[in-house]
Design a protein around this ligand. Structure first.
Ligand SMILES: [Zn+2]
Length: 246
């Protein structure tokens, strides 16, 4: 191998590695943005579902109120029926012939009235409960209104993020395509294979004597070889392309 060839190769390899490092920088940004973009629909879906769950609490409170209203209606119906009974007994009192019958009816009236005062107390209790439930419902509605506003703001921001990601990706992908054209074809296909099989990381610096892809410590001889830039040096552990940051 003559000297000129070695120099030519060195310069070329140095240049190629520079291009690959630049390409890796763009690819890492592209992957990060693609990941971010991919997560957005899921995040929106989760936010919608969380909001729906919060609405379930309101539904529960409203169902509770409905049940109270029904109990109240039943009790009031009960009261009305018993008032009717009292009126009926009172009418009968005018028609009875004996004192005994009159007193018996009076006793019935007393019992029904006693029942009614218990039911009336129960109705008052139910009204108090309904009042408390209504307050809770009001509070929950206010809470949900704020939550909905927050949800809509979040969704707006996420959609803006998605648009930003898409715009940035478009620019980066264009830059990447231009850059990839400058890379030696064999080098590029090696790089692409590594990108695919090594979690999107094909070329990594050696820092503190360790491969920054897998953190395996390199022997000094390998580090020297990388410095010499005579040939492409791969990590013996993760097979990524190694370089030393200037
Ligand atoms: Zn490695």
């Amino acid at each position: 191998m003559d000297n000129d060839y070695i120099i030519e190769l060195m310069e070329n390899l140095e240049e190629q590695i520079k291009l690959l490092v630049e390409l890796q920088g763009l690819d890492s940004q592209i992957f990060r943005l693609e990941d971010e973009l991919e997560l957005i629909p899921e995040t929106i879906k989760n936010a919608n579902e969380a909001f729906k769950e919060k609405n379930a609490n309101l539904k529960k409170l409203e169902d509770g109120l409905k049940a109270l209203q029904m109990t109240r209606k039943d009790k009031e119906g009960d009261l009305e029926a018993k008032e009717g009974m009292i009126k009926k007994y009172q009418t009968q009192q005018y028609q009875v012939k004996t004192n005994k019958e009159y007193t018996a009816l009076q006793g019935e009236i007393g019992r029904v009235k006693a029942d009614n005062s218990i039911i009336e107390e129960e109705v008052i209790k139910i009204l108090d409960q309904m009042d408390a439930e209504n307050k809770k419902i009001q509070k929950e509605k206010e809470f949900l209104k704020e939550e909905e506003m927050r949800l809509n703001e979040d969704k707006k921001k996420l959609n803006e993020d998605a648009s930003r990601c898409k715009a940035e990706l478009e620019v980066l992908k264009k830059k990447r395509a231009e850059l990839a054209q400058k890379v030696d074809k064999n080098m590029l296909s090696k790089y692409e294979r590594l990108i695919k099989n090594r979690d999107g990381l094909a070329i990594v610096p050696v820092s503190g004597e360790a491969c920054q892809g897998c953190h395996r410590v390199m022997p000094p001889q390998v580090i020297n070889e990388i410095r010499m830039k005579k040939e492409l040096i791969l990590c013996e552990n993760c097979t990524r392309i190694l370089y030393i940051e200037e």
